[in-house]
Write a protein that binds this ligand. Sequence first.
Ligand SMILES: [Fe+2]
Ligand SMILES: [Fe+2]
Length: 200
Amino acid sequence: MKDEQIAELLYQALETEIGGVQVYTTALRCAENEDLKEEWEKYLEQTENHVTIMENVLTKLELDPNAETPGRQVVRTIGEALVESMELALAEGEPGAAQLAAAEAVVLAETKDHQNWHLIGEVSKNSRGDVAKILKEAYDEVEHEEDEHYYHTKGWARELWMESLGMKAVLPPPEEVKKVDTAIDAARAEQARTKMASSK
Ligand SMILES: [Fe+2]
Ligand SMILES: [Fe+2]
């Protein structure tokens, strides 16, 4: 494996978590649904903890958490754009619009976050010694939370859109009710929603 690219992944992962804190802080100003607010408050807290975990990982690997990389700047720019997208929707003031924009911003942010942690897991499996141990420890602590962030928020974005279109929505989404944490269960939950929506 290429050490330099492993460092790049870890820097991007840290930057994604830092951006994630900003994304959730702004998303919470957009949220109207009480269950969603509660969910995102929990995810904000977990994301703040992920920042600390990633800083510790980098330090333990003798990498400077403040080092700048071109890839890190790309990640930061996207995070800032996601925050700006929510600010725009908030400024428009249409009821529900900012909440929808926020759900989509969180899905986009969590898509990268989820992939980062999947890759960190792959690197740890294919490494030896300290690198393997340090990455595995962090992965075991964080990965299951990332599954929840990603799959559950995807469910929220879909159902909030359904509701806004005047169609039957399942709220909170089945992904959350069924505590989905794998791609296969997410697909099942999405399939089951049609039945749940029509039986309402
Ligand atoms: Fe995270
Ligand atoms: Fe996350």
